[in-house]
Structures are given as C-alpha cells and as structure tokens.
Design a protein around this ligand. Structure first.
Ligand code: N2P
Length: 376
C-alpha cells in the first residue's frame, strides 16, 4: 500500500525531493510500467485496517494508492472538478445523492461483484433512499454523530450530577464555558451538526426549513467562543491524550480514541453517547467515479472488501458498524455488543437519517456556517 501525503504535504515533499535528488528517483516512481495494476482510493481518514490493503495487494497484485479526507465537501469539490484520478470514493448518503444527480459515478457492474449477497439488506434499502435501486453504491460503514467525552474531566468540570447525554451540555452557554476550560471540539461539518442537533430544538433531523437550521447555528454561534476548534478528525488523538475533555464527533472515531487511550494505558477513560433528544445516523458508501482510470481494479477491490472476514477486520479495527451482514459472524463480541457501534433498539428509536439539501439551501448553510466559524 502507498499511503500518500495530503496534497499540500505532497507538494512540499516534491519540492524537497527535486532539490535533493534532481528528481530522478521521483520520476522513476511516477512512470509506472504499463502493465502495473493499480487502484486509487480516496477514503475518510481513520477508516480502514491497513493490513486489509496489504493483503489485497498480495493476493491480487493490484497496488493500492490511498488518499484520505475528513469532510464530504472536499470530496465533492474534487469529484465535481473532474479527472480526480480516483477509482473508489466514499461519500456519505446526502453527498452520494447529490453526486449521482450530477452524473459523477458509473453504475456498478454487479456481474463482477460475486460477494454482493453478503451485504445487509436493511442497510442497503436505507442506502436506496440516496441511490434508488442501489445502482451506484454499496454501503461500507454506517454510524452516528454524538458526544465523546473524558469521563473524569467532564465529571470534574460539570459536577457529578449533570448527565452528559443531552445536546444541552454543549449548546448551553454556561455548560460550554465550563467545558472550554478542559477543551471542547466539534466537527467542522454543518451537514452533520445541523441534522444531529435539530431534534434538540424539536425539529426533524431532515428539516429543510431555513428557520430550523438557523436555530442550530444561532446556538452554535453563542457557544463558538468556548469551542477550541471545529475540526473533523483531530479530536481523536486529542481525546485519547486527554488534551480535550469533549468532542462532538463520529461514533467510531470516538471509540478509536478510547482504544488508543486504553492501549496507551494513560488513565484516560473516553465514552460515547447518542444524546437523548436524538441524533443522526449516516451511511458511507463505496462508489466508482465516472472517469475512474481503473474501473476493473475498483470492482476487484470492492468484491474483496465485501468478503465477510475482510469487512469484519475493518470493523474490528475502526469501530464502525459494517454494511456487511455476513461480517457480523466475524466481528469481535465487544464491538458487536457495543450500542455505540451497533445501536440497540432503544438507541435506534432516537436516530434519524437526512437527505441532500438543494443548492440554494446549501449556499444558505454555507453562509450560516461561515458565521459560526469566523464570528462574522
Ligand atoms: C471516519 C469518519 C467517517 C464518518 N473517520 C463520517 N461519515
């Protein structure tokens, strides 16, 4: 597997290499033999077991070039610009829906996907809400948005009797101000935060009413001074280290923070909760861009990822629920029985799904979000 640096990092590295070695090694690397088989993947960060990629290459001879992002908007911008060079991407439901409408994907050649039967019918029918007929995408993982926290630090700041299972913990200015002292982060993602927090205001997660959305962003505006950073991946390590005490984040990422802290044996106890008012359940799915340079390799990769043991290895590694039903037999019991990963019936009742915003609403939300981020 070739884990690539983010684009900016790559450019800096490129400059350094050029100066040092007149580019010989670099250009030798760039000129791939015509018969070399490659698949270029663009996936969320912290979202795969790297050993799975190595095993795929060993078995098939297909080299994996792997880039990451932590935000649907980055992915959307690159796909809409065209010629991204990617063979597989992993948008969340509403972005999948919008990108299908924009003609960004090629239909899956299902004759080449013999492991399709392993997928979870209920999850695939939910995904059909974004991709009618499941023509373009298969679910990779699904999860929720909620609150990750450092049990001891939060108890100390908020007191022993304040329950953490409510959005009020982060939206109430006096509570947020206390959390500021031990470190509060939130996703840099209005498309997750708005639908997740709308139920707190008595509105539906999928509300398209601008007034409803403004309730959330006005509340976030009032607490923005208490938020150390809006960022969609840095909170994992920050929670694990005890650098922050709370993050509004994604289920599996918070549980990865917990795993890192447990492995480091650093005394940090991280927990995850879906607030009692309700939150968002989302689906991230594999799709092949229309202009993918290696569509056959992409299909080979997808079929490999749908093997039950492979899908389970990824779930065991990243702590997100797999879209693969057959994988459940191979998922570790502590993951399968963790309602933060595979929600129980009571949690399911509190979860909602959301669909894409139209363009005008998207622009409106972008303005609202700029105000939250910059204060202007
Ligand atoms: C992976 C985050 C994926 C969840 N780090 C976003 N839908």
């Amino acid at each position: 597997m070739a884990l690539r640096l983010p684009r900016r990092g790559r450019l800096a590295a490129l400059g350094a290499c050029l100066a040092a070695a007149l580019g010989t090694a670099l250009f030798a690397g760039a000129a791939r033999p015509a018969n070399e088989k490659v698949v270029n993947i663009y996936n969320w960060s912290d979202y795969i077991d790297p050993q799975v990629l190595d095993a795929f290459t060993r078995e098939t001879g297909i080299k994996v070039v792997y880039d990451t992002y932590d935000n649907n908007e980055i992915l959307e911008t690159r796909l809409l610009a065209g010629r991204s060079g990617y063979d597989i991407v992993v948008p969340s439901g509403p972005y999948l829906q919008r990108l299908i409408r924009a003609g960004a994907f090629r239909p899956l050649d299902k004759a080449k996907l013999k492991n399709l039967g392993n997928l979870w019918p209920d999850i695939m029918s939910r995904l059909a809400g974004y991709d009618p007929g499941n023509v373009y995408a298969i679910d990779y993982m699904w999860g929720t948005t909620g609150i990750g926290y450092n049990v001891a630090m939060v108890r100390e700041k908020l007191g022993p009797n304040v329950p953490v299972n409510s959005w009020s913990v982060v939206l109430n200015p006096s509570s947020a101000a206390k959390l500021k002292e031990c470190g509060l982060m939130m996703l840099d993602s209005p498309e997750d935060l708005i639908p997740s927090m709308l139920p707190f205001f008595g509105a539906k997660a999928d509300s398209k009413r601008w007034d409803d959305m403004t309730l959330v962003t006005d509340a976030l505006y009032k607490v923005r001074g208490s938020v150390r950073k809006f960022h969609s991946s840095e909170y994992i390590q920050a929670l694990a280290n005890g650098d922050i005490c709370m993050a509004v984040g994604y289920s599996g990422d918070v549980l990865q923070a917990k795993k890192r802290a447990d492995e480091a044996n650093n005394g940090v106890d991280v927990a995850y909760v879906v607030p009692k008012e309700g939150s968002l359940m989302w689906f991230d799915s594999f799709a092949i861009p229309k202009d993918a340079p290696h569509p056959d390799e992409a299909l080979a990769f997808l079929d490999y990822m749908m093997r039950p043991e492979v899908a389970a290895a990824n779930t065991n590694f990243v702590s997100y629920a797999s879209g693969n039903l057959a994988a459940k037999a191979h998922v570790k019991p502590d993951i399968l029985n963790n309602p933060g990963i595979y929600p129980d019936e009571a949690t399911m009742q509190r979860l909602s799904v959301n669909t894409a915003w139209d363009e005008r609403t998207q622009r409106f939300v972008t303005r609202l979000w700029t105000r939250v981020r910059t204060g202007r």
